[in-house]
Design a protein around this ligand. Structure first.
Ligand SMILES: [Zn+2]
Length: 268
């Protein structure tokens, strides 16, 4: 199913489901991030490598984007940020758009060029606990700094009484549960099958713990590394679902979710 400006409204598109280096840069899955088509504002979260092209192929023109959010500076989350910002301003012709990112995305060895930042309307630095309005019916907040080597935040949208949370890359720690409590939709970057103390990513077991406590209406696993892909993410999701009683699904590339019904839109 190809989207257009109208059918994008009220949809969330998974432009990528690849996690970490091997799967993202080995091209085993796409890594284009999450595209939220809120009716008032289009938000592109974590435009990793290929985001620009994957969006276009799905019928989403990158210049429709109003807000770009980077959860952190790892390249599988931001490799295409400059393309997306450049497109948003039509190559600097229209000064518009907002970038929200941690400070280390634009300071030392910046992943967002000074050149592209000059062309957009505003860059705001994400801090733990920050919240801001994106439109009259939509807010975004960053409840918690994650543990992931570089400065990393999860993202929470509140739109028409519904809470949409994106738990970006992180090692498991208890505060995650409180930070994302109350979520209706809980998207979890579940990179590992089993916990590995040396790697700062959630495993399927960690995600299950969070899901069991938070009890969202729908949990979506994404950002898969190799161990998750070999274990068939949809089977892992089903078993978590059976144990927790929460509806859990595994995202696939270009999956579309209806933001009002929290159901997967059937692809033609
Ligand atoms: Zn990362």
């Amino acid at each position: 199913m190809k989207l257009d400006k109208e059918s994008l409204k009220g949809k969330l598109v998974f432009l990528g489901t690849a996690g970490a280096r091997y799967v993202a840069f080995g091209f085993e899955r796409q890594a284009g991030g999450l595209y939220f088509g809120f009716p008032s504002v289009n938000v592109h979260v974590d435009p990793g490598p290929g985001a620009f092209v994957h969006a276009h192929r799905k019928g989403i023109e990158p210049h429709w984007t109003d807000v770009v959010i980077l959860s952190h500076r790892h390249l599988d989350h931001c490799a295409d940020v400059n393309h997306v910002l450049e497109s948003m301003t039509l190559g600097g012709k229209r000064k518009r758009g907002l970038l929200l990112c941690p400070s280390d995305c634009i300071t030392v060895d910046p992943v967002v060029l000074e050149y592209t930042r000059k062309n957009i309307e505003k860059t705001e630095i994400i801090k733990e606990g920050a919240e801001r309005e994106l439109s009259t019916d939509l807010t975004v907040s960053f409840p918690l700094k994650h543990i992931h080597g570089v400065e990393t935040y999860g993202v929470v949208f509140r739109w028409k009484g519904t809470v949409y949370s994106y738990v970006s890359d992180t090692k498991f720690f208890d505060a995650l549960i409180e930070a994302y409590r109350g979520s209706d939709l809980l998207i979890l970057n579940t990179t590992l099958l089993k916990p590995n103390p040396k790697i700062d990513h959630l495993s399927a077991e960690d995600s299950e713990r969070i899901i069991a406590e938070v009890k969202p209406k729908l949990a979506v696993l994404t950002h898969f590394g190799r161990t998750m892909l070999s274990a068939k993410p949809w089977e892992v999701a089903l078993s978590i679902s059976e144990r927790t009683g929460v509806k859990v699904i595994a995202a696939y590339d270009n999956m579309i979710l209806d933001l009002e019904t929290l159901s997967v839109v059937r692809q033609r």
